[in-house]
Structures are given as structure tokens and as C-alpha cells.
Design a protein around this ligand. Sequence first.
Ligand code: ATP
Length: 295
Amino acid sequence: MTMSDLAVEVHALAKAYGGIPAVDGIDLQVQRGECFALLGPNGAGKTTAIEILEGYRARDSGDALVLGHDPGRPTGTWRSRIGIVLQTATDNAELNVHEVVSHFAHYYPSPRDPESVIEAVGLSEKRKTRTRNLSGGQRRRLDVALGIIGRPELLFLDEPTTGFDPEARRDFWELIRRLRADGTTILLTTHYLEEAEHLADRVAVIADGRVVAEGAPSSLGGREAGDAVVSWRTPDGVQTSRTAEPTRLVSELAAQYGGEIPELTVRRPSLEDVYLALVGRPVESPSDQGSVGEL
Ligand code: ATP
């Protein structure tokens, strides 16, 4: 792989606050055109890592290149090539949506059309509303609009859909898919595992400032090879069985029942199961609470 294939390249990145490590030796490579998600519990170091890459925090040690440039020495031209959606919302209380988006467009050499961006984030009906009168989720959509108005090559999204209702979250996913299809590289943090699963080509799980797992959401932590959990209803209640051969079990059950198996489900470990195991929390799911059935 050549350098130009990488939008972000990080080696042994470290940052401590008052002697306590927040980022403790992270290696990351994000390819151009990829959507990459950072997952991890509160305080894991995701925002610190992202803000170092955005050029807003100084690192203590390690190497970092973002679009081929050291984020520790940000320049205006480099900043105009990246888009940022921070965790804290932007404050332009007295301006309306259209004014804020148009105003930000002027900071960039080849901005997107403000009206199309307002439409893309679903704020057309609110274009004349002062930002202080927007709801929390609408304000977050405005943040996303400001992140993409400059036509960034690389978009940083720190917990972009916090406060979104389910429909707004689906709309946002669609927008991110379109940006990615346009060639925008996306680096996001999220606490919604479903969001990572929908959007990310690859994810890295960070815990205590270190990367503890990395891979495609479908294969993280050996997920695709994990045992399946088969459950079905019997007269005594729901039976659950963990097995590496679900097809064999289902065939045997089908034969036993002589057809339809009541309330049959077959489930692989979800991204959430794998994530919780990686960050050291016990996995609890309804299917684990039933008794394990023997045939
Ligand atoms: P969250 O999911 O809650 O947003 P995070 O993974 O983004 O968490 P960070 O915000 O990077 O985590 O914080 C990592 C650690 O560094 C935490 O223990 C936090 O308290 C500490 N920290 C972050 N910023 C500062 C700061 N400016 N001064 C001192 N400590 C800080």
C-alpha cells in the first residue's frame, strides 16, 4: 500500500493528562474512501485521539499523518480539506440555519451549495429558523451540515447521531453512505453499535487508550466463527442451545416436531455481544437466561 492510499496513518500515538494516559500507544490506518468507526466505553480515549488527528490537541508522542500532513502542525489549506463534527454543538444562536450554513461556506475554497446541504441533512423546513430555536436533534443535523459544507476529503464525526430520533438516524446513515459513495473518507466515533454495523467498513475498539480489536464489523473478535444460539418454544418454556452446528440442530428439531418448530430463532453473536466481551462487561441477553435444552 502506498502512502497516498491512506487518509489517516497513526503509529504509537500517546497522550496523557496530568501523568494519566488517555491515549496509550494507538496504531491506526484508515484508507482513503473508507468509513472507519472508533468504538469504546466512556473515557476510553476516542475523543482525545480524534482531536489530535483534527489538529486541536497536541500529542505527547507517536507519529500521525492526516491526508499526508502532520496534524500537530495544522495549516489553513490542510484544515480546508477536512470536515469536523465535534461532540459539542456549535453556537450561533441568533443566526438562522440558512445564514449559518452560508456563512461557513465562505471559509472554504470549493464549498458545497448551502441549500443542497441543508436539504441533505433534512433541515429545509427550518432554513429560516434561528439556531437557538432548533431542537437538540435538529441542532446536531446543523452540526453535520457545517461539517460537510466545505466538501471535505476526510470527515471526522464524533458521536454524530446522539439525540437523533430513529428516523433521523436512518436519514443520517443514508447521507453518510452518499458521502462515502462520493469518495469522502469518514472517521467516526459512536456508542451505537448498530450504527457502526450499518456504516463502517472497519471498526477499532478502544479501551483504556489502546486498540483491543480491529476488523470488519461482521468478523470482529471472531464473530462470524462464533457459536450460534438456537432457541425455540417447548411446553415447558423457551429452550436455548449454543451450538457450532445450528443446521444439524434445526434439522433434528424439525424431525422431532414433524414440521414447524415453535418460535424458532437462530442467532449469531451480535456486534454488541462481541463488543461487551472485548471491553470486559458480562454479556447478558434474554437468550442466555433460558435453560439450555438437550435433545
Ligand atoms: P466518551 O465516549 O465519554 O466521549 P472518550 O473515549 O471520547 O469518551 P476522552 O474524552 O478521550 O474519552 O477521554 C479519555 C480520558 O482522558 C478520560 O479519562 C478523560 O477524563 C480524560 N480527559 C479528556 N480530556 C481531558 C482534559 N482536557 N484534561 C484532563 N483529562 C482529560
